[in-house]
Design a protein around this ligand. Sequence first.
Ligand SMILES: [Zn+2]
Length: 476
Amino acid sequence: MAVVGPTRHSRVSMSMPLMQGAAPGGGSAAAVAAAAAAAANQHHQAILHAAAAASQNTYFHTPHAALPPTHQAPAPPAGQQQPQDVQPDRPIGYGAFGVVWAVTDPRDGRRVALKKLPNVFQSLVSSKRVFRELKMLCFFKHENVLSALDILQPPHLDFFQEIYVITELLQSDLHKIIVSPQHLSADHIKVFLYQILRGLKYLHSARILHRDIKPGNLLVNSNCVLKICDFGLARVEEPDRSRHMTQEVVTQYYRAPEILMGARHYSAAVDVWSVGCIFGELLGRRILFQAQSPIQQLELITDLLGTPALDDMRHACEGARAHMLRRPQRPPSLTALYTLSAQATHEAVHLLCQMLVFDPDKRISVVDALAHPYLDEGRLRYHSCMCKCCYTTPAGLRQYTSDFEPAAPLPFDDHWEKNLKSVQQVKEEMHKFISDQLNTSRVPLCINPQSAAFKSFASSAVAHPCELPPSPRNWE
Ligand SMILES: [Zn+2]
């Protein structure tokens, strides 16, 4: 079959299949098959349950009859469709803010993920953060970035406290895969890294910094399609270098040196550093810089990169710079990267070294990283059989898209945030935004707070707040 590849490189061998069924926990082929069968059975039961309930008309949640007064929603206007319940069954993960459950959409039996955004209206800061995440999830349209499929119908404004978003459900994430015993080939690593960078190019082109890129926030399905998720810490980049940005971002192991050193302002380069750490982790099957504290984190980085030149620390705060200068001078030991694994080839290490650069202004950009020859095979594999942007004709000829790594058509607008001055104002705007999003032909979904499953869901959402370790404040 003649294939016009999306690369100047030769075609990759397609003889090695990518993993089938990256079941949580990984394991043998038999275990994966058993997990897949169990999942299929669960899926089947969920459909049957919804269908049976539908026949008795019990899964149609009737808000005005079943709910306690505080949750009571007004009866929908005549002609408007009654909302339907979704049934949660198991928690699948915890984001920086909120909990995620696997649920079955009663409208079509499809398995989807339900994320609760809790404590939305605690403060002006938290309500604006949740509104930003919600708007981003509705803005994204990219194969490697998770987006909102639906939002649950909110109650009347007076009782509006929580927000539930439905997204696509993926079976696993890169953290689970890395710690599993499943073999990761060089092809796996290339196609994962390609998709991370492809999704990140889209985010950065929309002027969005993710600020919490880590393996657990990279969801993966059984066909190895990867999607960046959890935008709880994401924000639009700050073009004004004199404006201070929070340092309470990025899980410590993946935190860029400029944030560790107290930089008041940082850029999209912080996400590239995180990707470099993940690339190293994929190669070595262990966390690249696994330190106990932010200061030790910086020590491990300088063990590998050597003591930075004074100019490379110009973004650092004075105390951090003085701390670094008091330490004994260390030489770089980047050749250690070749010992990560047999997959740490010259090409791989060459790209990795350009991501793990101390000075954020000298660190490679996502666009330049995508042009590195190491990613050519990942690009070809992705667009040959995994993407949705290319297709195969009935004659078996692959028709490739004209743009393998599309940018966002327009930047994400955050000017609306500046006009929000009170929690009540955010609440009203968010209620209106959700109601506008729901203006579709589909039956709206809502939850039944009386159901035991949802009581468990609600309590787990509160019980697992994620604390981010702060960067050091006192360098003396
Ligand atoms: Zn494609």
